[in-house]
Design a protein around this ligand. Structure first.
Ligand code: SUG
Length: 448
């Protein structure tokens, strides 16, 4: 049976703004308080989805969330009408209002961890929504994420959904941003690679000194258990704590994998040789030939990687077996990175082509091409069981573009977030979106 990797991209929400909310994420910190352009952000994301679809890849779309999250503000003690909740939060606790307005759900690599049916004990595709509990503004995403994923992958014969892990730092889980799957064919058993930043219960593992390590080993292990993965089909590795302290807040800022290939920076991991040998050995057991492409620090520094997001690229398999790298235009702007990419694609290796995308609106908050997509490997039967409303087509692209043009503002500053009108605009837009994507009622304002 045919199988595919389907990329579900997060649609940027109407409140996209630069809140400076993510300590440890260099771009989020340095662009704090700048005005954003939500319309441009959403159109940039849609253009990437359309381009991948036009290149023949399977592409889907994941809906944004209701923001400002008035229910979250109510849980923090703000009361009255919705407009009063926003006004009071603006007056008494602006940082909480900003957090409740974040469009951070666009980075759907953090929405969930997904294990394809070929890897799981019960032969279903498993999803665990990420608790994202390291940052308040992201910790409020998972209930709606679970409802949206449930509406997209509703067929229980093929899809199993797990609630987010307990919402404590010991089980800090950032979803697929720290998870990669290696395989020969998407429909065959593979090796799932979990990268963690620290251990919550075992102090033999070192931890970063400056910035938080968002993903714990214990969270990754819990996800592997929930999904029914075999020990022989799993490899755990620790991210180098020094690179976390240099702004690598997720593994997907310093490594990306696809098929049998891992593309990574020399400084990405601890005990790299042991890890590579384990990946090689375990993939061989399921018939795969693991290959790695290491980018040396002499060619590209960690700082170059953080600024250019070279590794936050999408590594895609082409029909002839070669691979294509989708990179943000910041890679072209960095001379060392661009020189490296030229030599990579002309060296006769597996990665033959680079395509550049303008994702500046998202990049300024630390979200590159790979952050914007959640990969779901599906066989033909499973793909047919996905809600067809969320699969990208030329007409859907047209409808979503028109929807963005109609509802989104082209400028948003911090003061604009205090405007209760913004909430009404967002709800009107999202109500229409659930009809376009055929999701049913998934937002708090639609269910309460
Ligand atoms: O969690 N930025 C996100 C970026 C997530 C990137 N995802 C992956 N690498 N997979 C984060 O730090 C910034 C929001 C603000 O500052 O307004 C933010 O949440």
């Amino acid at each position: 049976m045919k199988s595919y990797e389907v990329n579900f991209d997060g649609l940027v929400g109407p409140t996209h703004n630069y809140g400076g909310l993510s300590y440890g994420n260099v771009a989020s910190q340095s662009n704090s308080q700048q005005s954003s352009n939500p319309k441009e952000a959403a159109l940039q994301g849609l253009a990437k989805m359309k381009a991948l679809m036009d290149m023949g890849f399977q592409q889907g779309v994941l809906a944004p969330q209701e923001r400002p999250d008035v229910a979250a503000l109510r849980r923090l003690g703000f009361s009255g009408t919705d407009a009063q909740v926003i006004e009071r939060a603006a007056k008494e606790a602006m940082p909480l209002l900003v957090a409740s307005c974040s469009a951070s759900s666009m980075w759907v690599a953090n929405a969930a961890t997904v294990s394809p049916s070929a890897d799981t004990a019960d032969g279903r595709v498993h999803f665990t929504a990420a608790n994202l509990n390291c940052k308040y503004h992201r910790s409020i995403e998972h209930p709606t994420t679970s409802r949206v994923l449930g509406a997209m992958f509703a067929n229980q014969q093929h899809f199993a959904h797990h609630a987010a892990l307990p919402a404590v730092a010991q089980f800090g889980d950032e979803g697929a941003a720290n998870h990669t799957r290696f395989c020969r064919e998407y429909g065959e058993a593979g090796v799932e690679f979990f990268v963690f930043g620290r251990s919550a219960f075992d102090n033999r593992f070192p931890a970063p000194q400056k910035y938080p390590a968002r993903q714990t080993l214990e969270a990754s292990q819990a996800v592997a258990r929930l999904h029914g993965l075999r020990d022989e089909g799993v490899v755990y590795a620790q991210q180098n704590p020094d690179v976390i302290d240099q702004g690598v807040f997720h593994n997907d800022v310093i490594a990306v994998g696809n098929g049998e290939v891992l593309f990574y920076h020399e400084d990405a991991f601890l005990e790299t040789d042991k890890m590579l040998a384990e990946l090689q050995g375990k993939l061989a057991k399921v018939g795969g030939n693991f290959q790695s492409v290491c980018v040396p620090r002499s060619a590209v520094t960690v700082d170059d990687a953080v600024r250019s997001y070279l590794f936050n690229s999408q590594l895609l398999s082409r029909p002839d077996g070669s691979m294509l790298l989708i990179v943000p235009q910041e890679c072209q702007a960095n001379e060392r990175v661009w020189t490296y990419l030229q030599s990579l694609t002309s060296s006769g290796g597996l990665i033959r082509e680079v395509k550049v995308f303008d994702l500046k609106q998202s990049m300024q908050n630390g979200g590159g091409p790979a952050c914007l997509r959640l990969r779901v490997a599906l066989n033909e039967t499973e793909l047919a069981a996905v809600n067809p409303g969320v699969i990208m087509t030329a007409p859907l692209y047209g409808s979503l573009t028109a929807w963005v043009e109609k509802h989104y503002r082209d400028r948003l500053s911090e003061t604009d977030l205090t405007d209760p009108q913004l909430l009404l605009e967002c709800r009107t837009a999202l109500d229409e979106l659930t009809q376009i994507l055929k999701l049913g009622a998934v937002y708090p304002f639609q269910i309460n």
